[in-house]
Ligand binder design. Structure first.
Ligand code: HEC
Ligand code: HEC
Ligand code: HEC
Ligand code: HEC
Length: 196
């Protein structure tokens, strides 16, 4: 990530840079260049500890009910095997050509993933909100929400349509971009007004 460029610019631009950097890494299969310690992916169980109460808005349960949580498992279905076969791919769950859109953080260096992270969880929180190691602590989360800590500094992304475009595009299985208003509503998991 081009940190110094991200700081002081908009969240939207930050999301674009992050997405294009990781897409490039996935394509080239290269490790990220030397830079400030990268944020690590923690896995969805960590987010669940605080984001699964009525007061928080049940984000974890809503995610388990969304198709994103099944994105990796889906690659073992007869339908997926059929799509893969046409491209000469034997096992979609082991192929970069499928994993790059069906798991979280695909192509990033292994040291960026904590032991608690599970690729089987498919497209989870950190796909859209960024790797969690620099923002998951209660004090940080509250400060970000209150606006006293800069989101960009701790790597917490508020997704825009560009976040979705990384996978929902012409190359993707569905072959089309998301309809932001309709599709973000389908996966919505807001913090209830009283708690926010
Ligand atoms: C220790 C508890 C805790 C953990 C763990 C945690 N959060 Fe939070 N998060 C909060 C609290 C508290 C808020 C503030 C909103 C509220 O009071 O419900 C918040 C807010 C957020 C927001 C909204 C920020 C904003 O500015 O509107 C996002 C997005 C978020 N969390 C994502 C995540 C993700 C993704 C993970 C896992 C990597 C995670 N959180 C882990 C407690 C936590
Ligand atoms: C560029 C990103 C991308 C790549 C690469 C990708 N997929 Fe997908 N895949 C998606 C998206 C996005 C959806 C959801 C489509 C929708 O509902 O619009 C999806 C959905 C699917 C579905 C559900 C059926 C459907 O048509 O919606 C299957 C099965 C599937 N993918 C298999 C695969 C296999 C097998 C590969 C590797 C050969 C692969 N995908 C590669 C993005 C991708
Ligand atoms: C496919 C992408 C995606 C995934 C996966 C995802 N989110 Fe979100 N999240 C969004 C979008 C889009 C928004 C709304 C952004 C906005 O308000 O413009 C959002 C908003 C939030 C908010 C703030 C809600 C508010 O009312 O301000 C929290 C908290 C949050 N997500 C937590 C999570 C947690 C925890 C997970 C995993 C269990 C998760 N998200 C998974 C895309 C995602
Ligand atoms: C890392 C890749 C990736 C990203 C980023 C992503 N998606 Fe998805 N999305 C998928 C895949 C793969 C599926 C298909 C999963 C399945 O069918 O099990 C999917 C399915 C969906 C579906 C379900 C479609 C249906 O037929 O019900 C919706 C809605 C959706 N995504 C919305 C979004 C939105 C909105 C964003 C951005 C905030 C987003 N996605 C970001 C990969 C992604």
């Amino acid at each position: 990530m081009k940190r110094n460029k991200i700081l002081g610019t908009t969240v939207l631009l930050a999301a674009v840079l992050v997405v294009s950097a990781s897409a490039e890494e996935a394509k080239e299969g290269v490790k990220a260049p030397a830079k400030a310690p990268a944020a690590h992916y923690l896995g969805v169980a960590k987010c669940k500890t605080c984001h699964n109460t009525a007061k928080s808005g049940m984000q974890y349960t809503k995610w388990t009910e969304s198709k994103h949580s099944k994105a990796f498992a889906l690659l073992a279905t007869p339908e997926a095997l059929e799509i893969a076969k046409k491209k000469g791919i034997a096992d979609p769950q082991k192929s970069a050509d499928c994993l790059k859109c069906h798991v979280t953080g695909y192509g990033e260096p292994t040291e960026n993933f904590e032991a608690t992270f599970k690729p089987e969880d498919g497209v989870q929180c950190e796909t859209c909100h960024g790797a969690g190691s620099n923002y998951f602590k209660m004090a940080t989360m509250k400060a970000v929400r209150a606006g006293t800590t800069d989101r960009d500094k701790v790597g917490l992304l508020i997704p825009t349509k560009k976040t979705c475009d990384k996978c929902h595009n012409a190359e993707g299985t569905g072959g089309k971009e998301v309809d932001w208003s309709a599709d973000s509503t389908k996966i919505a998991h807001p913090i209830p007004k009283a708690a926010g």
